[in-house]
Structure formats: C-alpha cells, structure tokens
Design a protein around this ligand. Structure first.
Ligand code: SIN
Length: 541
C-alpha cells in the first residue's frame, strides 16, 4: 500500500507533534511513531522547560547562561532566536491546556524551578512530570486533528530520494516498516521531518527509553545530510543506581531545590566549585566520575533528606513514588546515583529554520544540531528548542510545500530486500552486536576519552558494523535490525567526531588532549557523507 501526505513526520515527541499540529493547519500530515505515540523521550522529561518568565530574570541572562554552558561553541544567532521565543512558546502551551505547576502564593502564575548552570529560577514545570503533561496534551490534539494521521508501531528504514539525473536530488518519501504486519511500504510526501529524538541507547547506561536509537541521525546521514558535533554526548550526573531500574532519571531539579551530592562517607563532592551542586552538567558528571574512580565506589549519593518531607513528596511525586516502590524513602535516605548518557548535543546540521542540506528534509529536536547547545547543553533548554524550532520549521515548510507539486507516488518502487530477506537463524546475534557496541562505547567513548580508547572503539566498531551490514543485506528487516544498524552508524559518527577534536571542551574530555584549544578547535566538528545512498529511491524500469 502507498501512503501520501504533504508532510511526513517521523517521531511523536514534542518536536514532531508541535510541527505536525502547525503544518496540519495548511496541509495533510502523516506521523510515524515507533511505538505508541506517547512512548517518547519527551514523555520521560522531568525537569521542565527553561524560559524567562520571572520578574527578576532577563532574556539576556538566559542567553548568557546558555553561552557559558556551551563552552564557546554555541551559535549565538540560534541561541538568541530560541531564548527570545521562550515566553511565547510557554504561553502557547498554557493556551493548549498544559497544566504547569502554579505558584502557591500567586495562582495563575507559573512556578519557576532551578537547575544547574542557570543564574535565575526559570524552569517551567509540571511538578516532576513535565514531559508527560506536555506529551498528553499534544498527542490528544494530534489524534483528534482531521488532517493528521498517526501510524503507531511503524518504524522508518530509509529515505526515498529522487535519483533521476535530470532532477535536483530531494527527499520524496520514506520506507516504513509496519511492526505488526511486518510489511515495508513507501510513504510519499513533499516535506519530511526527522523528529526521532536522541541516541542514548548507543551507551550501556542511559536515562533514555529503549527507542532512543539515533534513527533520525542515521537515516539523514545515509541520505546525505551533514552531521555536526556528535562527540558532545551529555551524561546526566544523576541517574538512579539500582539493579531493578537502570534508566531512571533523578531530575536536576532535586539539586535545584537543595539536594547535595555526597560520597559514601557523607562528604560533599561539589563543595569546592563556586556554583556547588548547581554547576553545569559536564563539570558535575566529571566530578562524580573522578570521585568514583578515586574511591573505587560504584556510585555516589544525592541527599535531600534535610528538606521537609512533605515538600519533597509534593514537589517530586514521580521520583518519590518510584524510589519508594523500590524500597527507598528519599525523605529519609540519600539516593544512590551515577552519571548516564542522557542527551545528544550534536546531530544533523540544520539552519535557523530546521532545514538540513538535503532539499525537503528537516530535522527538529534532539536529532538536530542548531548550534544552541554548543559543547554542553544547558539544563531544560531542549524542550524549549524543540518548540521554537518546530514553530519555525512549520512556517518554512508550509512556504516550501506551497511551491511544490503533489507528492509523487512511484507505483513501481520496490523495497530492495523485501523479497530477498529471510528470518535470521539466530536472531540473538543481532542482540550480541548491540550489546557489544553499547559496552565499548561506554568503556572507550564515555565521559573520559583518550586517543588510544577512541582507536580501540573504532577498531571494534569496524568489525561489528560489517556484520550488521551483512545481517541487513541477508535478513528480513525487523525493528531490532533497523535499530542496531542505526546505532552502529551513530556510534561511528560519535567516534569519528571525537577523534577529530584534539582538545578537551564541554562534554568532550580527552586524557590525551586535556586542555581547551581555542586557536584550533573553537569550531563545529562537521562530517559529510561522501556517498549518500540513493538506491532506495530509484524508480524501477
Ligand atoms: C532533568 O530533569 O534533570 C532533565 C532536564 C534536562 O535534561 O534538561
């Protein structure tokens, strides 16, 4: 079956849904979601959305904090665009009915939380379930919209790009696998938006959900989109350390409300830093890593037991209840925590309207590199970026689509491996490849890197990647194979970017190159795919 719409959006988090709702005012939209539409990284976001809404705050302060966190690599134009649009985006969400927490003393005014790297209280939140509150409203609106069709349990394989030598190459659709029926079908559209989120699952330990397999970066890369700054993987300092729940985030807002990091002897870890426990994430995560290596401990602790228990329960209901279900009362005991992969600061390089260098292809949210985050994202700037860039992308895409003919429907297009593939004799081999990548990425391309470690990772990846490519050529595609193929591409891009940056800056810390080198490296790391794949878009006959 062939599907067509004016816009094809991959991903149903805050970026994809915000774009879809705006584009749907002017055209038809197909949204492809890997799992249920609400099963996204957005849904897990606890902390909130950074925006200047307080009387003592200024847009310039937020801009200054973002630039400082980004360690010299932020694109100031992107920073100004995103930060300046913050208050308007929050107003839009309030109008849509997102139930942000209100001030007790001023009902009707949003309560402002605090997180690391921010000089002022400016985190708009719905207690510690901000993402869930936003996701719920956006999903409901998208499902009810007459111009939007949501395909749940559908996963994108690759883009269809026109390969007719007489035409300018542009994306015209995508191959999509229906995970329930197992069929691969073409979805055609004028504009394609990648909003698939990040790639935390490249690493063994992550706060991300299972779906965060870097699909958008890999798909865009194969189609010829440039990638930037992928060495800057943000490790959140405080992921819960518990054998029964390995990817649960303990929001930075806990430190914002007074939580302190301590070692097993109760000694404060961040006491010597001028910003204490609210220093930027790169600094806090590295300090924890050093402390764990120094003492040989498997984790450190986040202590909020000195605060009023009723306040803790009221402000952090999700964290309190999740920990309590594991037998840990956070009002009485410190929380065991470790750093874990959390956010991809780089991604597909886009302009200020979210356009990649491939005509017709846009990227929004974690999949994209706008230049806002530089070498280290400021806490809670990501949901804000997704909202602002989705808004700008929708305006640009609507204008572009207006000047394009109807989407093509190549009746004769055939998924090349659909008839060749057979089920793998041992599907477990795919799992082994995945585990192998995640483990060596954690060991060699984690918080602390060196030329030797990166070379070791590159060597191992080359072998696994060859095996995965063989699986892909020979086996019937399923979601696991699609994901492991994407993980391998993203791991490769991260390693190559990290090797190119011969300095330490922001989230990239190298034992071989421990100093920051502004003379040679105050610039983005940009990778270009010299041989973009066009095979999948070839018209038959
Ligand atoms: C958190 O709640 O700590 C996560 C917020 C973010 O990653 O920006």
């Amino acid at each position: 079956m062939i599907h067509t719409a004016d816009y094809l959006v991959m991903g149903s988090g805050i970026a994809g849904l915000s774009f879809a709702l705006k584009a749907a005012e002017k055209g038809t939209v197909n949204i492809v979601a890997k799992n249920m539409a609400s099963d996204t990284n957005t849904n897990l976001a606890q902390g909130g959305i950074a925006a200047v809404m307080g009387n003592d705050d200024l847009l310039e302060y937020h801009i200054r904090d973002t630039l400082a966190s980004g360690a010299g690599l932020c694109h100031e134009d992107a920073v100004r665009i995103v930060i300046n649009s913050g208050p308007k985006m929050i107003e839009e969400l309030l109008e849509m009915g997102v139930p942000f927490t209100e001030r007790v003393d001023h009902p009707g005014m949003v309560e402002l939380g605090m997180e690391g790297g921010h000089s002022h209280r400016r985190i708009i939140h719905a207690k510690d379930r901000t993402g869930q509150a936003v996701q719920k409203v956006l999903v409901e609106k998208a499902l009810a919209h007459p111009n939007i069709k949501v395909y749940e349990y559908h996963v994108a394989l690759d883009l269809l790009t026109s390969s007719d030598p007489m035409e300018k190459r542009r994306v015209e659709g995508a191959w999509i696998l229906d995970r329930v029926s197992g069929e691969v079908a073409p979805f055609f559209s004028k504009i394609i938006v990648l909003a698939t989120g990040g790639s935390g699952k490249v690493y063994l330990y992550t706060t991300n959900p299972d779906g965060a397999t870097g699909d958008g970066v890999a798909i865009g890369w194969r189609a010829g989109a440039d990638a930037a700054n992928l060495e800057f993987v943000q490790f959140h300092p405080t992921c819960l350390y518990h054998p029964k729940l390995t990817n649960f985030l303990i929001s930075e807002a806990v430190r914002g409300e007074g939580g302190v990091l301590i070692n097993k002897d109760g000694v404060r870890i961040m006491a010597d830093h001028p910003m204490g426990d609210l220093a930027c994430r790169d600094i806090v995560a590295l300090s924890i890593d050093r402390e764990m290596k120094r003492t040989g401990a498997s984790n450190v602790f986040l202590d909020i037991t000195h605060k009023d228990p009723e306040f803790v329960k009221e402000r952090f209901p999700k964290i309190y209840n999740t920990c309590l279900n594991l037998g840990l009362d956070i009002t009485k005991e410190p929380i065991p925590v470790v750093p874990a992969a959390h956010y991809q600061c780089g991604g597909l390089l886009v302009d200020t309207e979210s356009r990649t260098n491939v005509p017709g292809l846009y990227a929004i949210g974690e999949v994209a590199c706008t230049g806002l985050h530089g070498a280290n994202r400021l806490a809670s700037n990501s949901l804000l970026e997704a909202l602002v860039m989705a808004d700008r992308a929708a305006k640009a895409a609507i204008e572009e689509a207006n000047n394009l003919p109807e989407p093509r429907t190549w009746e004769s297009v055939v998924w090349p491996t659909a008839h060749l593939g057979h089920a793998p004799a041992e599907a477990v081999l795919i799992t082994h490849s995945w585990e192998e990548i995640r483990r060596f990425m954690w060991n060699y391309v984690g918080l602390v890197r060196s030329d030797q470690r990166l070379a070791m990772a590159q060597k191992r990846l080359a072998t696994v990647k060859t095996e995965i490519d063989e699986f892909f050529r020979n086996f019937e595609v399923d979601a696991d194979l699609i994901e492991v193929r994407n993980i391998a591409i993203v791991a490769d891009l991260i390693i190559r970017s990290a090797i190119m940056r011969k300095e330490s800056r922001g989230l990239h810390y190298s034992l071989t190159w421990p100093e920051r080198d502004d003379v040679n490296f105050k610039k983005d790391t940009i990778l270009k795919n010299p041989v973009p794949s066009i095979l999948l878009g070839q018209k038959e006959g």
